[in-house]
Design a protein around this ligand. Sequence first.
Ligand code: CA
Ligand code: CA
Length: 456
Amino acid sequence: MASASPRPSHRRSLRTRRTLVVTAAAVAAGVGAGVLVMNANADPAAVDLYHQVLPAKDGWAASGSGTTGGAKAEAAHTFTVSTRAQLVKALGSQTDTTPRIIKIKGTIDANTSDAGKKLTCADYASGTGYSLSAYLKAYDPATYGKKAPSGTQETARKAAADKQKKNIVFRVPSNTTIVGVPGTNAGIKGGSVLVQNVKNVIVRNLTFAATEDCFPQWDPTDGSSGEWNSNYDSVSLRGATNVWADHNTFTDAPTFDKSLKTYFGRKYQIHDGALDITNGSDLVTVERNTFDCHDKTMLIGSSDSDSTGKLRVTIHHNLWKGIVQRAPLARIGQIHLYNNVYDTTTVNGYAPKYSLDSRAKAQVVAERNVWKIPAGAKVAKLLSGDGTGSVAGGGNLVNGTETDLVAAYNAAGSKKLKTTVNWKPALTAGLQTSVKNLLTELTGTGTTGAGAGLLK
Ligand code: CA
Ligand code: CA
């Protein structure tokens, strides 16, 4: 069929944008090939929330064949789920790539049994021989020394952790859309959505809260004083390609880090990342999410040797508030960060260290973002780097004033950020030049707001 695809301007209206959603979804569904009318007045309701696909040119996930998730799903692969067991069943097998749409209605508690009974950390530990007091006694650096825990209690900890992992990790197959049903406080509590070595996945309109590891591991060699490390990001992309994460909320609530105990002089950290994009993941668009009350929020690239030529991520119109760091921590990839709002006010004890870290030769273009920072806070502290990463782009506002963040950062430190990148963003649908009202827009309750529960 001859393409009659409209060429959107970079500042096209929401109305046009919705039309493109309709159009792309219709194409994905194979509807009326040849008779499809590309009409600027097309009714957005023609494609429901569940069948919508990533609009054309909306960031890196629009690259290649685009991101359609489960839009082509037949009725037999369209599910509405409200319990953990139903979600597991709907996700099916990792190797079954049949398009599927999973509508989450209400909040699913990942820490529940197949029969729906609430499971506690003690339930996972039961029968393994693990206890925190015994673990602390066994591996106290004062008596055990500064070596990696091994022996009875570490073996027991791992057995208990494996039981929790089996329960709370949800593996997503290729060609899947997971979306929250409007008006139901849709989301997953205590869970970890794992998108690993698959492609074409959409995650929208969901609140991810309280993703917690019952069994943190003591690593005496992490840093100079050791650290307690936890597994489970709320959403983990590992080797994932063409993923659209849109209109979700990520939060540690109700258990904030300030309430966590300290053992061996370090915080007993039960949280890992909010949305981590690692292990050669590629072509990802992270759009209109709220990242709230979390420490290590978004990791792009798990190490300095994560995949070269991948980790291409677009991050736009997200609201970051009450987060400590990694918004994101960017490695290696070509990353476009635009029209985000960073409110660096301390919330529930989450005091910011920095917003954006560019390292391991990351090629970040950060443009037209908005920072709201408290009186006395230093602009130089909003960035971080290892001396090899780049941050290009301009038009960023700090408390309403256009500010060169990189210049401020470089003037203050020695591990300077490079200011040129090896690419130019092209998939920039929705890029706004005027960002003066962005905070109001993203905290609003319309569909242009950020976070879960706004999509209809
Ligand atoms: Ca960790
Ligand atoms: Ca992680």
